[in-house]
Design a protein around this ligand. Structure first.
Ligand SMILES: Cc1cc2nc3c(=O)[nH]c(=O)nc-3n(C[C@H](O)[C@H](O)[C@H](O)COP(=O)(O)O)c2cc1C
Length: 437
């Protein structure tokens, strides 16, 4: 029998948990315990990885102020993903942990050192979500007035990745000798400066950490623009994406694989993961009612538009909810998300755009039903797309213990029963588990 398994990741952030709903957790997850518990639950369900989103600003685009973000706890407060990744990684044994960090924020030396340290702390289970940032508000926190244009950010990021690679190779894998009798810790002939001098970065090296278990972290990326896709196909081990429907998913994956081949890579070493926001219930009708309740909740439209405003720097509060957008919108920020959202030419009103697409901005296909119904559908979709997996999330990324349990104890067993998800980890390191099938 052929192996039908696909990979599972979870996309979340270090923001308040689902604090507003009847089954919420209280809204103060700042000691990390709630998310550590979540990581343990995902490991029990044999997820490949948990991925922590990040932004470096208090959004204030929607309505021209920080009011909506702060009042609704939307994209803020947002705590640093790196320490949370460490906490999650040290509380688990097999789950991959991925933190988002921006090439516009960290100098490459600090990034390489941090990634190497966390990869060692987690025994080879760390991944870095490589982002180039998307907001001028972020830029203003780092000594810039605005971000460079997207294509230049990717050009900088390409050079950044080159520096990272050289830093990770600045220690030979066998540089640590640890010869107690001779009194030698590391062999100085196996640790070399990199003397890098490029257009944007100048780094002497070598790195001052030992080679980490994976050598370098797993690279995750989400490029959507042509430059972004080239960047992802060049560097990423896993690519995360939001598509509109099965055909678009299939095309996106085929496009990434073609680009990877053009760059001389084996496309099977890149796992493309599609965001989905399943709504699960005891019966299909109950799940559908739950889904409708969410779409019609008074907060849903504002939360969705406020988060979209934050990542595109377009003020969606200025548009009439019951009319189509007046013009095709463009952004120097997250263009892929914006284009998927605005469905230019569809004639839909702004309200309809928010409701369309199955749970806001982040579901590639609509998944509503019992665990069995949803598992069956996920299997069909993957068979049509060709691989490689799903990234489970919620419309505005907030999670409750109840939703986590619905997935880990309802949906995942239904996937496992169909031979669609792993029932045990075969390896200790994240890279090996990703490449397992
Ligand atoms: C699933 C997913 C997760 C993302 N996570 C982040 C993130 O945590 N931080 C961030 O600044 N951008 C994030 N992005 C945005 C991407 O890095 C990228 O900017 C976006 O997909 C647009 O692609 P482009 O830059 O090629 O236009 C994410 C995108 C997707 C689809």
């Amino acid at each position: 029998m052929s192996d039908k398994r696909f990979h599972l990741g979870w996309f979340m952030n270090f923001t308040p948990d689902e604090w507003r709903e009847p089954f919420g957790q209280g809204g103060r997850p700042w000691d990390g315990q709630f998310y550590v518990e979540m990581a343990r639950a995902l490991e029990r369900a044999c997820f490949d990885y948990i991925m922590i989103e990040d932004k470096l600003m208090v959004p204030q685009t929607y309505g021209g102020s920080a009011k909506a973000s702060l009042n609704h706890g939307m994209m803020v407060p947002k705590h640093d993903p790196a320490p949370l990744a460490v906490a999650m990684g040290m509380a688990t044994q097999r789950l991959g942990v991925i933190a988002t960090m921006s090439t516009m924020a960290y100098p490459p030396f600090l990034m390489a050192r941090l990634c190497s340290t966390i990869d060692s702390l987690t025994n080879g289970r760390f991944g870095w979500n490589v982002v180039t940032s998307a907001e001028d508000l972020m830029a203003k926190n780092f000594g810039m007035d605005r971000l460079p244009p997207r294509d230049q950010r990717y050009e900088m990021a390409d050079e950044y990745m080159e520096v990272m690679g050289k830093l990770f190779e600045s220690w030979d894998p066998d540089a640590v000798v640890l010869d107690r009798d001779a009194g030698i810790y590391a062999d100085e002939t196996k640790v070399r400066p990199i003397d890098f001098e490029g257009k944007y970065y100048k780094v002497r090296g070598p790195l001052n950490t030992v080679p980490s278990p994976q050598g370098r972290p797993i690279y995750v990326q989400a490029g959507a623009s042509p430059k972004g896709r080239d960047f992802a196909a060049t560097h990423a081990d896993s690519i995360v994406s939001v598509a509109s429907g099965v055909e678009e998913m299939r095309k996106f994956r085929a496009d990434i694989r073609a680009r990877a081949e053009k760059f001389g890579r084996d496309p099977d070493t890149i796992k493309v993961m599609f965001c989905v926001t399943p709504t699960l219930g005891e019966t299909d009708d109950e799940a559908r009612a739950k889904y409708e309740r969410m779409l019609n909740s008074p907060h849903f439209i504002v939360d969705t538009l406020a988060s979209l405003s934050a990542i595109t720097e377009i003020d969606f509060a200025q548009y009439d909810l019951d009319r189509p957008l007046p013009e095709k919108l463009v952004t120097n920020g997250e263009s892929g998300t914006l284009d998927k959202f605005q469905q230019w030419g569809s004639g839909k009103t702004l309200r309809e755009l928010v409701v369309a697409g199955g749970g806001g901005l982040v579901s590639s296909v609509e998944l509503v039903g019992t665990p069995d119904t949803v598992a069956e559908r996920m299997g069909e979709v993957m068979a049509e797309v060709g691989g490689d997996g799903f990234l489970i999330t919620t419309p505005v990324l907030r999670v409750s213990r109840r939703f986590i349990t619905e997935v880990t104890d309802g949906l995942v067993p239904a996937l496992q029963k169909r031979g669609l998800a792993r029932t045990a980890y075969a390896h200790e390191k994240l890279r090996d588990n990703l490449l397992d099938f």
